[in-house]
Design a protein around this ligand. Sequence first.
Ligand SMILES: Cc1ncc(COP(=O)(O)O)c(C=O)c1O
Length: 462
Amino acid sequence: MPTKITLTEDDVPRQWYNLAADLPSPMNPPLGPDGKPVTPDQLAPVFPMNIIEQEVSQERWIDIPRGVLDMLYKWRPSPLHRATGLEKALGTPAKIFYKNEGVSPAGSHKPNTAVAQAWYNKEFGIKKITTETGAGQWGSALSYACSQLGLECKVYMVRISFDQKPFRKTMMAVWGGKCVASPSMETQAGRDILAKTPDTPGSLGIAISEAVEEAVMDTTGKTRYALGSVLNHVMLHQTIIGLEAKKQLDKFGIKKPDIVIGCAGGGSNFAGLAFPFTYDKINGADIEIIPAEPASCPTLTKAPFMYDFGDVAKMTPLLPMHSLGHHFIPAPIHAGGLRYHGMAPLVSHAVEEGLMTPVAINQLECYEAGLLFARTEGLIVAPETCHAVAATIRKAREAKEEGKEKVIIFNLSGHGIMDLNSYDRFMAGDLKDNELSQEEINASLEEIKDHPKAFVKKTGKW
Ligand SMILES: Cc1ncc(COP(=O)(O)O)c(C=O)c1O
């Protein structure tokens, strides 16, 4: 059996897959400030209309425009590897595969949607895009995409990551993006938070507020906001990962994986790999689908499914999702991209329906897994990705105990070359686990207890 399968550009899918078309029960709509479902017009100051149309689409397959494909070809298709070194080290009968999204220019899956969003904005006549970034992966991906299309890019980077990851800032600057630490003095939302908590490490929820505020306050109407995860259109753009992976598994002679794994922050890299397999599961395939999240920010495993804002300043609509509360500030763990209080509504819905079984993993187990992966497979993966590796190792060990030859595929969402100081701290014994207690969760949820409840009429099939 080969150790990797690389497809040709002709094999890159020409359409994205939209899980919304196949969910067994209808999704709860996002709600506006009046408690009524938001209309596309209400979203128009924030996103261009061509993206809003994708956000609400119920079409199963959506064509990828030629201009977007041309940009994706710069690094796609991405390779699918068999992790023979890891299998050997674990002595497992499981076959482990990983899709390497670290080969993109910015080093993660994020450019898959960044180039699409930048392209649609440009088509709509937009000149500048604002955004937030956690670990800096999304900010660098969008800076890259904007540089390819001649758009201006402004990034609000969560304070803690801004300090921990200086080279991500350099990447953004190299691609012409302007990056500021969030909370900042540049927006009302930032100034209000700094007045109350000047030492805050920041959060994605705060950074989103600032980026949305800057977009909607631009009186020229030529600025829009872009989100790197959570929303339906972002999940859609990422499905190119799973669609390619299916073709590659087929070339490995594998008709169906038993287990599909991705780390989950806002849900996009996980969804990208998992949704095309979720389609198979809805149509009868027996596949275990696992989003892996940090124990310090256990959205899917411990937070309720309800309506909450995507950001601290309540600039976004109320979204139906698993949420720890929009004020929640997660512990400053190194997997900055997983420090988000909410989760993609599509992923949340599928979890409620029983199609996916989330796990929460502590930081130290994740770094342990990252080290083993680096020493057996060679690649140093991002701290976020370490969660997917840790979940994979758990399942491979289970397969060994059961003596079963399971096929496991996980998404290698990004490389960790910009995160070496976190590996340094782990190897020096400076990191600790920050598992969130039930008391902390209850206290945070108190603030959103009056929000409307979201509801999934479960089919009970899974
Ligand atoms: C490498 C990597 N993996 C995963 C994530 C988490 O985001 P998402 O859940 O949207 O894939 C991030 C976010 O910044 C990231 O940079």
